[in-house]
Design a protein around this ligand. Structure first.
Ligand SMILES: NC(=O)c1ccc[n+]([C@@H]2O[C@H](COP(=O)([O-])OP(=O)(O)OC[C@H]3O[C@@H](n4cnc5c(N)ncnc54)[C@H](OP(=O)(O)O)[C@@H]3O)[C@@H](O)[C@H]2O)c1
Length: 230
């Protein structure tokens, strides 16, 4: 999908994979909206990006998501790409012992229902326009086919995000595609310094799914452009 005049929104884009996805899509000619949780993080992201438009968006908050889409409709009247990238590690809720109900609900709200809130507004817009791409940035830790112990809240939140991806993909019409992507283990604040991949490589798999051609897949899970098991 070529970029000219098309609007691409990336959530949690102040740093890491989101920021790099903004950079790569801007280089392809998309009008990028860098969305981040606070005004300070939007400013930091735009400074690092050097171009583009920024907007405050807390994806854990229904009112913030609604305000964002109201602004988007007034300012641009279109949405061609949505990258649901925002996420937290929730390392403090690593096991059954310390992942209590509120902690699990918080992880689900921030890492899975976050994307659902965005898709509830984005899919109807894209269906009406007849085209669009949604990428849910997930993780291999959310694969049911490889589920294990530990990292409880994060694993469950990403598995739920994968399920939401499939549900939304079934509601996509025309040239609208909803896919999940694992970026691999990437050197970011979340991934840490020991991760094998740089942000360029991690984000390239996200941008691949965001710019799929009309005959590309819908409702799949991918890493570096290759299909992986749910
Ligand atoms: N790095 C890896 O190895 C790896 C592997 C698999 C999957 N992923 C996924 O890739 C995505 C990006 O991660 P990253 O490695 O780039 O991590 P990161 O550097 O920690 O960035 C995460 C971003 O998400 C934002 N965020 C979190 N909660 C938010 C909310 N409620 N509203 C808006 N923004 C929010 C953070 O902003 P604040 O700090 O302001 O909250 C931050 O900008 C995440 O979904 C992550 O789960 C990463």
């Amino acid at each position: 999908m070529a970029g000219t005049n098309k609007v691409a929104v990336v959530t949690g884009a102040s740093r890491g994979l989101g920021l790099e996805a903004c950079r790569q899509m801007a280089a392809k000619g998309f009008h990028v909206v860098l969305a981040a949780r606070t005004a300070d993080s939007v400013a930091a992201g735009l400074k690092a990006l050097g171009e583009g438009e920024g907007r405050v968006l807390d994806v854990s908050d229904d009112a913030s998501v609604d305000a964002f889409f109201d602004w988007l409709a007034a300012a641009h009247g279109r949405l061609d790409i949505l990258v649901n990238n925002a996420g937290r590690w929730f390392g403090e809720t690593a096991s059954l012992a310390n992942a209590d109900g509120p902690a699990m609900l918080s992880a689900l709200s921030n890492n899975s229902v976050s994307a659902w809130r965005m898709m509830r507004r984005a899919v109807p817009l894209m269906n009406a326009a007849g085209h669009g791409r949604i990428v849910n940035v997930s993780s291999g830790l959310g694969q049911l086919s490889d589920m294990g112990g530990g990292s409880a809240a994060y694993r469950v939140s990403k598995a739920a995000l994968n399920a939401m991806t499939i549900v939304a993909a079934h509601e996509a019409k025309g040239d609208v595609k909803v896919n999940a992507v694992c970026p691999g283990w990437v050197r970011t604040d979340m991934g840490g310094k020991g991760a094998p991949l740089g942000v360029e490589e991690g984000a390239s798999g996200i941008v691949w799914a965001a710019t799929l051609p009309a005959d590309g897949p819908n409702g799949g899970f991918f890493r570096h452009g290759k299909r992986i098991e749910w």
